[in-house]
Design a protein around this ligand. Sequence first.
Ligand SMILES: [Zn+2]
Length: 640
Amino acid sequence: MNTDLFSRPVQLKNTVIDDDFWNQIRELVRTEVIPYQYEALHDRVEGAEKSYSIDNFIKAGKVVKDLSQGKEVAVYPTDKWHYDDKNAPEGAFHGWVFQDSDVYKWIEAVGYSLTTHPDDELKAKAKEIIDLVCNAQLENGYLDTLYIINNRNAVFENLKDFHELYCFGHMAEAAISFYNATGERKFLDTVCRFADLICDTFGEDKIKGYPGHEIAEMALVKLYDVTAKEKYLQTAKFFIDERGKKPYYYDKALGKETVEDNYHYNQAHREPRHQHEAIGHAVRGVYLYSGMADIAKRYGDDELYLACKKIIENIINKKMYITGGIGSTSHGEAFSFDYDLPNDLAYSETCASIGLIFFARRMLEIEPDADIVDAMEKALYNTVLAGMSQDGKSFFYVNPLEVLPEASHKDSRKNHIKTVRQKWFGCACCPPNLARLVSSIGEYCYTQNNDTFYIHQYIGGKVYADKAEIDIHSNYTEDGKVSILVSSKESFTLALRIPKWCDTFSFSHNAVIKDGYAYFEISNETRIDAHFKSEVKIIKCSNRVRSNIGKVAVTKGPFVYCLEEVDNGKNLQMLSLDKHTSFFVEGENIYADGYREKDCEKLYSAWEEAKKEKVKLCFIPYYKWANRGENEMTVYIRIE
Ligand SMILES: [Zn+2]
């Protein structure tokens, strides 16, 4: 690693987003998503699956109080992934084993929102919930409502499945966000007590376990950055170093013998530093890889960084949809083998693309890399934004590239493909994850070091860098034009990322172009105009991807486009794009010349050239699909 290239993100409080495209989305998160989720956490949304989240904290708080008064407290089994009114007694924990994390993700999003948009009423609501959380902490610092309510004597016994360390990770991220927003330490101190317990419990000469669902690794690094407590960093490193060692901890904990290569689902099949392929549950994967990149940077660990590089290259070059979606199989919500990217069976969870953005940002902190920013951008502008409806009221968990409603309803292999966004999920990982990313997007646009300020994403607004104030006027999503006004106190280098989708670009000033970035020497007030010419493009996919043979996708700037039935009629598979078409762009729509094959009801017949008629095709940005009722959709289309 070249430490000269290391950079760090700009703190959220030093960024202001003011951008026509993003203002709208961020306002929706602030005014719709965050209030809606508050209601959902309290089980006050009619027709939505129950969350039980707030109830669990209230129950756990009562247990803690009863214990402190020496009262007898009931014990319930901790033997399932999900508990509800039918399979668990009223007094027991309800919901998924990771239910606490929904509350934490909400608080985290609120913290980011308060940082950029102060709101006393929202802050008061968050503080009420934080009080419930803090009241549920056991005397020794432990805090996970499943075990506090059901069985205090079984804590940390099933790290593989039961998510205590996962919930801790989200708790830490929430507490840091709220602390950064308000300066109030109560929640941060609470999470530090839990972190201290974790550091006392796990390590050399202690329990040699590690999280089944990763996130504690990157959360402990964040907690170290805020508190400077070295043991948090050491425990994060321990979790990464210990993972996958044989005999497996998970086998030892269950009294089993380690006989073979196992635990790919948890990325625990071998030590992370020897992993070179993205494998297993995709969200877990990218959360682990984020933690690996954090530790590689902080310890100057070349071997671990090499593993991160190989993994991200494997994702970008062999396992990522054109939409930035990852984790192509619903079986285990996981990465599949190289080039296995089916459109109609895609899992491509919203959270996985969000996690890819976390991982990407951490890789950029080690070394700027335009390919990585490109993947981050694909994920952000396509899969992540598709996760939320245009009114901010419903969400996708799964993000397919081809949908036939009848198949979703009648084919059990496609049960996971929802044709319209859902209001809320009992397993509601994606909506609050989306809320926390969109509310903190400023942390993903820039990084800086002593010499250089990098702009990786062109979102309009202002940023207070170490050596300058930088105003960004961005029309990036429309025509690729960006103006950057720099008021500098000292001289420094400004690095602007050149998007991969752009063949023609120009700058108002001379720049040194290197590895996908344009470098400018800044010594006084400067205005740089950049134009990344955004044209409609026809993109092909490797012929190793079987489902896309003979097909293409249409893109413009960072956006991938799709066809919907509502604009193009039923049976989208009968359409093809004319390879000589010129494109006509109107607003967000793209029109093109194409053909529609004549419908052929007969299952088999002698081959002959298909009969077809000329049609106008209408493409819309993928992130906007399924906002006009249930209908067919496809990203890829045949070309002729
Ligand atoms: Zn999710």
